[in-house]
Design a protein around this ligand. Structure first.
Ligand code: IPE
Ligand code: IPE
Ligand code: MG
Length: 249
């Protein structure tokens, strides 16, 4: 039976974030260059977006390129930036037709002009869409984001727009690049790596984690549904006892 049928439709997470990892190892397994792995990762992105839209997820954040990824060989970085442009161009019709809204988080000023242009174009064109929001984390890292947030709030304190006593967790969340969405209930990382790699560290405070073995290019809708089905079996306690959680239900 498909995992989609097993899903509890009343417990679909609002926000899922995915660390799309394992393209290089997938290519190696197929005795090809790393770039071949990245190319094949695109259809997995499509699967994730379609799957998320199908079951009514509101926000899907995809970690596509980290601040640290700038340290990769320049040929690979260049290839990834170009792949981004091509993919956006190829997918834009489908994105607009399916009422998907694209947003991004990360230091986009570091992007190649062509990449920045196509990213901003699709963000603008899809901005009125009301279905699934796909957030592309590009040139993103949590420490970068938190540093920006601190600078931003410090500036407001200096200008007497916020007083120190009024800095709350809510204010901090509102000054992060993810201000427009809830924290992810579930963070998935493919390729069996068990780390966050500088991703959504503030937002992941109470996220459930799924570290799955699938290499990113092999990720399908079914992988997504299976992972969500596993997530739905867990009890999220938020510091309370299991009994308290059950009594509240
Ligand atoms: C994820 O796959 C894609 C990016 C980080 C851009 P990797 O390229 O990290 O693949 P592995 O980890 O080397 O297998
Ligand atoms: C993390 O993957 C970033 C993305 C998936 C975009 P990496 O493959 O770069 O992570 P590390 O360096 O192995 O932790
Ligand atoms: Mg990797």
């Amino acid at each position: 039976m498909s995992f989609e049928k097993k899903l509890d439709k009343t417990k679909i997470p609002n926000h899922i974030a995915i660390i799309m990892d394992g393209n290089g190892r997938w290519a190696e397994k197929h005795k090809r260059e790393r770039t071949f792995g990245h190319e094949n990762g695109i259809k997995a992105v499509r699967e994730a977006i379609e799957g998320a839209a199908e079951i009514g997820i509101k926000f899907l954040t995809l970690y596509a390129f980290s601040t640290e990824n700038w340290n990769r060989p320049k040929e690979e970085v260049y290839m990834l930036m170009n792949l981004m442009v091509r993919s956006i161009e190829n997918e834009s019709k489908e994105i607009l037709k399916n009422n998907v809204r694209i947003k991004s988080i990360g230091d986009i000023n570091r992007l190649m002009p062509e990449t920045l242009f196509s990213l901003q174009k699709i963000i603008e064109e899809s901005s009125k869409n009301t279905g699934l929001t796909v957030v592309i984390a590009l040139s993103y890292s949590s420490r970068w984001e938190i540093t920006e947030m601190v600078k931003n709030i410090a500036e407001k304190v200096k200008n007497n727009e916020i007083s120190i006593e009024n800095i709350t967790e809510k204010i901090i969340s509102e000054h992060l690049s993810t201000y427009f969405m809830p924290d992810p209930e579930l963070i998935i990382r493919t390729s069996a790596e068990k780390r966050l790699s500088n991703f959504l560290m503030w937002q992941a405070s109470y996220s459930e984690f799924a570290f799955i073995e699938t290499l990113w290019p092999d990720f399908t809708k079914e992988t997504l549904f299976e992972t969500i089905s596993d997530f739905q079996q867990r009890e999220r306690r938020f510091g309370k006892t299991g009994k308290q959680v059950k009594d509240e239900q």
